[in-house]
Write a protein that binds this ligand. Structure first.
Ligand SMILES: Nc1ncnc2c1ncn2[C@@H]1O[C@H](COP(=O)(O)OP(=O)(O)OP(=O)(O)O)[C@@H](O)[C@H]1O
Length: 270
C-alpha cells in the first residue's frame, strides 16, 4: 500500500486552490520619447480575478494597462520593452495579429464612448468585423446575450434600434461593456470605468464587475480606494513608474509592506 508521510498529507491539505496566470508582465519598461514612464515592472494577472491598479496621478497605471492589449502601439512616441504574455504567449511577438489580440483582451474606457449608431449596432459591430456571426438570428442572439451579461438588456430591449448615445452615462458605460463582451474576450481592461458616473450608476457597474469575474479576467485602473477594495481580489500599487507592491487586496489595504502604499491609501499623498 502507498502510505503518505505526515508531511505529504499536511502539504496536500494546506495546498492553496490553483490559480492560473492569465497574463504576465516581466521587466516591462515604457518610454514616451525620451521620458521613461514605467521601470522594470513585473506583474502577474490571475485568471478570473479582478486586479486593481492604484497609485497617484501620473504613476503609470494607464500606461501599464494599455501595454496589456498593445493600445500603446497607437501612440507614435511610445516604446515598450520587456515581455508581456497572454496564456504564455508573447503578445509583442511580430507574428501576433493585434486586431485579434484586442478581441481577446478588450478595453473599456474612462468616458463611455458608444459609436454614433444604434444600441444594437454598437454590440453587433465587433462580432461582424471578427466574423463571429453570419445570420440575423445569430447576431440577435449575441446582442441579447451581451446586453444581458452587461446587465442592460431589460432597460433597452424595447429600443434596440435607437442611438446608443441617447442612453444615460451609466447605461452607456454598460453598453460599452456589452460591446467588449460581444467578441468573447478573455480579459477585460477597464480604465477608470466609473469616473464619469454618478454613485448609483457606479454601484451597478461595480456589481457587474463582480459578476463578470466568473467568466473573464479583469484589470481595472481606479483612483478610488473604496472601489479597489470593493471590486478587486488583487491590488497593484504604482508610484513614479515603479510597481511598489502587489498582493491580495485585503492585505494591501490593511497591512501593506511599503510605506508609500500606506501613505497613499491613508490619503497622505496622491
Ligand atoms: N501619450 C503620452 N505622451 C507622453 N507622455 C505620456 C503619454 N501618456 C502618458 N504619459 C506620461 O507617462 C506617465 C504615466 O502616465 P499614465 O497616464 O500612465 O499615469 P496614470 O497613473 O494612469 O495617471 P492618471 O491617474 O492621472 O490617469 C506620466 O508622466 C504621463 O505624463
Amino acid at each position: 500500500m502507498n502510505m503518505l508521510t505526515d508531511a505529504a498529507v499536511e502539504a496536500v491539505l494546506t495546498e492553496a486552490p490553483k490559480e492560473t496566470l492569465k497574463m504576465r508582465g516581466s521587466g516591462v519598461n515604457v518610454f514616451y520619447g525620451e521620458k521613461q514612464a514605467l521601470f522594470d515592472v513585473n506583474l502577474d494577472i490571475r485568471e478570473n480575478q479582478v486586479t486593481a491598479l492604484i497609485g497617484p496621478s501620473g504613476c503609470g497605471k494607464s500606461t501599464f494597462l494599455r501595454c496589456l492589449n498593445r493600445m500603446n502601439d497607437t501612440i507614435d512616441i511610445c516604446r515598450v520593452n520587456g515581455e508581456i504574455t497572454l496564456d504564455g504567449e508573447d503578445i509583442y511577438d511580430p507574428r501576433i495579429d493585434v486586431v485579434e489580440l484586442r478581441a481577446r483582451v478588450g478595453m473599456v474606457f474612462q468616458k463611455p464612448n458608444p459609436f454614433p449608431k444604434s444600441i444594437y449596432e454598437n454590440v453587433a459591430y465587433g462580432p461582424r468585423i471578427h466574423g463571429l456571426a453570419s445570420t440575423k438570428s445569430e447576431f440577435d442572439a449575441i446582442v441579447e446575450t451581451s446586453l444581458q451579461k452587461a446587465g442592460l438588456f431589460n432597460e433597452v430591449k424595447d429600443r434596440l434600434h435607437e442611438p446608443g448615445t441617447g442612453l444615460s452615462g451609466g447605461q452607456q458605460q454598460r453598453l460599452c461593456i456589452a460591446r467588449a463582451i460581444a467578441v468573447s474576450p478573455e480579459v477585460i481592461l477597464m480604465d477608470e470605468p466609473c469616473s464619469a458616473l454618478d454613485p448609483i450608476a457606479t454601484a451597478k457597474v461595480e456589481e457587474l464587475i463582480d459578476e463578470l469575474r466568473e467568466n473573464y479576467t479583469i484589470v481595472i485602473v481606479t483612483h478610488s480606494m473604496q472601489q479597489a477594495a470593493r471590486v478587486s481580489q488583487r491590488t497593484a500599487m504604482f508610484h513614479l513608474g515603479h510597481l511598489v507592491e502587489e498582493g491580495p487586496t485585503d492585505k494591501i489595504f490593511t497591512n501593506p509592506d511599503d510605506k508609500r502604499t500606506q501613505d497613499y491609501i491613508t490619503g497622505r499623498f496622491g
